[in-house]
Design a protein around this ligand. Structure first.
Ligand SMILES: CC(C)(COP(=O)(O)OP(=O)(O)OC[C@H]1O[C@@H](n2cnc3c(N)ncnc32)[C@H](O)[C@@H]1OP(=O)(O)O)[C@@H](O)C(=O)NCCC(=O)NCCS
Length: 145
């Protein structure tokens, strides 16, 4: 059965959060709460995508940009639906949407021990960066921010 891809809406938040929490390799933080997700979708309309089959969400990819660079987050495909090109479809759709907004280069984070995702992104032609370090700062000091 084929998959229907459509823009993510705030109504998907609770279903997606539970899928993300069940998926090793996807890290959920306070920044994934309903308010932050509402802000994210408002700032990046139409860029985050869900895949459905039979009315159930089986995959997703969130994306946004800052005017210069695109950022991809929370790619997941449920285990029963892997290996059928769905993640590739999600990535292509998101990159095409970013390109329509003038964004030609995008970044994403992968946990260093997520070997499946590392192999996946390399297979799709993404380049692992070894020329820079990522720095983060949490103003509140909350490690779950
Ligand atoms: C990574 C993930 C999204 C891939 O989803 P998927 O739908 O199975 O991937 P696709 O079927 O679209 O694969 C696309 C291509 O990548 C290849 N690929 C997929 N997973 C791969 C892996 N673990 N290692 C190597 N290649 C892989 C496929 O063989 C396919 O190649 P082809 O198009 O040349 O035939 C899925 O395994 C997943 O949800 N993992 C857990 C969550 C996660 O780690 N997300 C990434 C966070 S950065």
């Amino acid at each position: 059965m084929s998959y229907q891809l459509r823009p993510m809406t705030l109504a998907d938040h609770s279903a997606l959060l539970s899928l993300m929490e069940q998926t090793p390799g996807v890290v959920v933080r306070d920044a994934d709460n309903l308010d932050a997700t509402a802000r994210y979708l408002l700032r990046n309309p139409g860029l985050s995508v869900v895949a459905e089959q039979g009315g159930h969400i089986v995959g997703c990819l969130m994306a946004g940009h800052d005017g210069r660079r695109g950022y991809l987050q929370h790619l997941l495909v449920l285990p029963a639906h892997r290996g059928q090109g769905l993640a590739r479809q999600l990535v292509e759709r998101v990159l095409a949407a970013l390109a329509r907004e003038g964004i030609d280069k995008s970044h994403l984070d992968v946990l260093v021990d997520n070997h499946g995702a590392i192999a996946f992104w390399q297979h799709l032609g993404w380049q692992q960066r070894d020329d820079l370090l990522r720095y983060s700062f949490i103003r509140s000091g909350n490690p779950q921010a």
